[in-house]
Write a protein that binds this ligand. Sequence first.
Ligand code: NCD
Length: 309
Amino acid sequence: MTEWKGRDILEGGQFTRQEIEHVLRTADDLRSRLEKTKALDLAKGYLLGALFFEPSTRTRLSFETAMHRLGGDVVGFAEASSTSTAKGETLADTIRTVDQYVDVIAMRHPRIGSAREAAEVARAPVINGGDGAGQHPTQALQDLFTIRSELGSLEGKTIVLCGDLKYGRTVHAGVEVYRHFPLRLVLVAPESLRMPEEITSRLRSQGLEIRETTDLEAALREADVLYMTRIQRERFEDAAEYERLKDSYVLKREMVERLRPQLTILHPLPRVNEITTDVDGMSGAAYFRQVRNGVAIRMALLALVLGVV
Ligand code: NCD
């Protein structure tokens, strides 16, 4: 049995299949309990530190919403420029400080490995809400939870991941949770934004079926799920390169109707223009339901690492 209390949540690859199933079951349970009441009291008296050194709408608000719905409270910041980071304080010192106040820390930071650095100095469990182009494990579980909610089961399904697979941390974490299930992945990206080879070759050696292509239309014909992502402008060193690649893939309603009308469509959001808004009304467009599912997943993870569920 996994000891959840006090555990750091740092990357998609840290979970076994049983642990993933446990998080999803806990999220299901908390979601149905929340249908009967506005807030639970499982985390009453506990405090979350939400430290967002990098822009965020959904991840921060859904951590805060999750903590409030569990009956707990939140302190934190949404902008590093308003904190002592602007005076030159190190991440380790900021974390050591917040650690004196709170029971659990959720953080986002532009540097790969930052959540792990924080976990090394914090007594409280640290949950990674995105470390640069690294990992985003809570989003990965939210995505898996959404696919399961939409399709019923993951077995034998074909999931197409499209867009910026080089810098996109949601897909880096995502593949690490998908690999536990008997499904197929098709990776669609411009040549220069392919998923790092060290990830794909490791997953293949672990037995995951992965195909790579640059052709979205061909991939859609066999897709059960399309997971669309944004080209990560803030990770590019060369602005012209971003301009050249930013519209590589745009999903339009006409394409879904022509190629795969029953397609389930996910996107971690924010969307720039990789899905046209006329797709939003289609029954398979699940990206706002996916947002909602993020609250249940974060409630589950917070309650587990606090040891209150
Ligand atoms: C993603 C992120 O921040 O990595 N957004 C999110 O957390 N829902 C995706 C992105 O910014 O493209």
